[in-house]
Design a protein around this ligand. Structure first.
Ligand code: ZN
Length: 440
């Protein structure tokens, strides 16, 4: 018996036991029925890159508020990065601790990244066995002493191990040698303003790191996922690596598509992130790659912090991270992308790349994760609409079109017309990769 029937403009979707049981015109009524004619139906967002910082730094966000904000934005499954929780996710015990914490607090489903740092190589296999979606490494200083950057050998050997398990390695691609030396030089000359920060992290630092990581991944026969590519040249470097045989996926974030470094100069700390926002030309080339279908995944990289960490005398000392989890769909709709492309960037490609077998697309047999979207409704983002812990977002005051009316996770309504409406919790989602044929 169908539990829920969504009446769409062209087809209906029937849901039984949290799974899509039928899609077609004029399906028979279910126990409950929702009239979604006039609304678009998209797969629930799979955000492969968030920092909810739980356990240990839930005062920065936490999954309780983070997952609510995510659900309000059409999200049903997020992958939490191995930092800035405390402990960082570097061992099986860290993984279990984070999993327990998120099972208590998250209203959406979640996957967990493990980390690659010097010295934790022996723990990668157990992290994979726990169900990690992949491994994240920093090629430059992460800002957290307990998550040191991966030198080339650490990264390469981590990639060999990840390849053995069929899991991807994600890299924050900026050259430590370039960014560190430029930062030190500028700070020594008493240059700690925003232009100095921008100078310290040039596009070249991103391109060099993408090329190096691509070479190592190709040698290791490892899937490489480059997170938050900030520039057109960064995407070009990744595409060139693909043409040479690297199995590489390209992620960018809404803020790199929406803002430029001129906005950073005007707005300041809430737009500080690394790699930094770029000039209008690089932003426009990035937009063009997106439009042409050459970007694989758009993820929020939601990375909030307590507001006082955004107030320091030196711009270099200000915490880098943009809190924008509720604006991913808004930015993509503003780019005028067809809904099918948006679904591919935010759900289908993430599911495919990370081995999430039964989510990411509206098809019979998949889990019923979806969002009802009023694409015609305009709004201006106001602080009271933000469900995250600190109502800070660079998108506040901006005008968008496309309001999320409802979000369903596993067939259950979790967000409806501005309010969280569930008392239940999400669960850990683990990948299935071709290499092992079983849960990784
Ligand atoms: Zn991040």
């Amino acid at each position: 018996m169908t539990d829920l029937l969504i009446r769409g403009a062209e087809v209906d979707i029937a849901i039984a036991d949290g799974v899509i049981s039928a899609i077609g015109p004029q399906l028979e009524s279910g126990k409950n029925e929702v009239d979604a004619r006039g609304l678009a139906i998209l797969p629930g967002l799979i955000d492969v890159h968030v920092h909810f910082n739980e356990p240990g730094r839930a005062d920065w966000e936490g999954a309780e508020t983070g997952s609510r904000a995510f659900a309000a934005a059409g999200g049903t499954l997020f992958f939490d990065m191995p930092l800035n929780s405390s402990p960082c996710t570097l061992t099986k015990a860290d993984f279990a601790e984070k999993c327990r914490a998120l099972q208590r607090s998250s209203i959406t489903n979640f996957g967990l990244w493990g980390g690659i740092v010097p010295g934790n190589h022996a723990h990668l296999a157990e992290l994979g066995a726990c169900g990690a979606v992949g491994f994240k490494a920093f090629l430059c200083d992460s800002g957290l002493p307990e998550f040191p950057r991966a030198d080339d050998l650490t990264l390469y050997e981590g990639m060999l191990e990840a390849a053995r398990m069929g899991l991807p390695v994600a890299v924050h691609a900026e050259s430590e040698e370039i960014t560190k030396a430029l930062s030190n030089r500028l700070i020594a000359a008493d240059r700690t303003d925003i232009p100095a920060f921008l100078q310290s992290r040039p596009v070249l630092a991103e391109v060099e790191a993408i090329e190096r990581a691509s070479l190592l991944a190709r040698e290791a026969k490892c899937k490489l996922h480059v997170v938050h590519i900030s520039s057109g040249r960064g995407v070009t470097a990744a595409l060139e690596a693909r043409s040479r045989g690297t199995d590489i996926s390209i992620e960018t974030c809404p803020h790199y598509l929406f803002f430029t470094q001129e906005d950073l100069l005007k707005v300041g700390a809430i737009l500080k992130c690394t790699p930094p926002l770029r000039c209008a030309n690089q932003r426009d080339v990035l937009r063009d790659f997106l439009q042409r279908g050459l970007v694989d995944i758009v993820a929020s990289d939601h990375s909030p912090c307590p507001p006082d960490m955004k107030h320091k005398d030196s711009f270099f000392a200000i915490w880098g991270g943009i809190a924008g989890i509720q604006s991913t769909l808004a930015v993509l709709l503003q780019r005028g992308l067809p809904l099918l492309d948006i679904a591919r960037l935010t759900a289908a490609n993430p599911a495919k790349r990370f081995g999430i077998a039964d989510r990411g697309a509206l098809q019979v047999g998949n889990k019923a994760d979806f969002v009802l979207l009023d694409t015609a409704a305009p709004y201006t983002l106001q602080p009271e609409a933000l469900l995250q812990r600190h109502p800070v977002s660079p998108y506040l005051g901006h005008r968008f079109q496309g309001v999320v009316r409802q979000t369903y996770r596993d067939g259950e309504l979790i967000f409806s017309n501005g309010k969280i409406v569930t008392e239940t919790r999400g669960k850990l989602v683990t990948p299935i990769h071709a290499k092992s044929g079983t849960h990784a």
